[in-house]
Design a protein around this ligand. Structure first.
Ligand code: MN
Length: 252
């Protein structure tokens, strides 16, 4: 059963432990996302705590391809790590904390610099669903321009709550937002769904770039996007199982 935990600021304790299966899936997801070319030495995935919706689980600040269960930390919606034991998580944790605060429907978040997506954040070309695997992209994907919130000379990172809130405003109710000159953020209701979405966001960007060189693109309509997204949500476990096996084989 979910319960809301009102942790006073500065409290440095663990609440109820998260389920071991959830932690296992989070570890596996880190490895899948590296294996599938979404994360490299950078980027991160988090999941909302299954016993305490005011916290989320995320690895300590490290390369995602090396994450084990011992590296998973609990973080609250102010971006504070609990039971840190000297460990720190990512500077850009405010991407996660502010999305969980604003979107109760979201239970998993990925921030990546997945390469094929970058051109769509820096040109007039909008990322749109080109095939039935990426209907979750909706009508078109919003682009977050950090200059509006951080001025002309920032390092483009989401370093604080205010920048996290600005990003969340661009994201709105969408599944994906691009971050100009930096990367993207993908949200979902589960680890399996958000991993699926992050992999197919990268794939859609690759295919769309190719198709743009060939001519005008016949994109999915918003209705087709919704229908295909609903359809794919019924089959999230199938690709998850094969991605998991491949990632585990590779890291063995
Ligand atoms: Mn980043």
């Amino acid at each position: 059963m979910m319960r809301v935990n009102h942790t006073p600021p500065g409290d440095n304790t663990m609440t109820a432990p998260a389920s071991p299966a959830l932690i296992d899936d989070l570890v596996v997801a880190n490895h899948i996302l590296v294996n599938e070319g979404v994360l490299d030495g950078f980027g991160h995935i988090s999941v909302r705590h299954d016993q305490d919706p005011s916290r989320f689980l995320i690895a300590r600040s490290m390369a995602p391809g090396l994450v084990t269960a011992e590296d998973i930390l609990q973080c609250d919606l102010d971006g504070q790590v609990h039971d840190a034991q000297g460990r720190r998580t990512y500077v850009e944790r405010f991407i996660h904390s502010e999305i969980y605060r604003a979107r109760p429907d979201v239970h998993a978040v990925i921030h990546s610099h997945s390469p094929a997506v970058i051109p769509f954040g820096v040109t007039g070309a909008r990322l749109r669903p080109i095939c039935h695997m990426s209907g979750f992209l909706g009508a078109q994907v919003p682009v977050f321009e950090i200059r509006h919130a951080a001025g002309e000379s920032s390092d483009l990172l989401i370093r604080n709550q205010a920048l996290g809130r600005a990003l969340v405003e661009s994201l709105g109710q969408a599944s994906v937002a691009l971050m100009r000159g930096h990367g993207n953020v993908v949200v979902g209701r589960s680890i399996q769904q958000v991993v699926f979405r992050a992999i197919y966001t990268e794939s859609n960007a690759r295919l769309q770039s190719e198709a743009m060189r060939m001519g005008d693109i016949n994109f999915l309509t918003p209705e087709e996007a919704q229908a295909t997204s609903n359809m794919n949500d019924e089959h999230l476990d199938r690709p998850w199982q094969v991605w998991k096996r491949q990632a585990l084989q590779r890291s063995a």
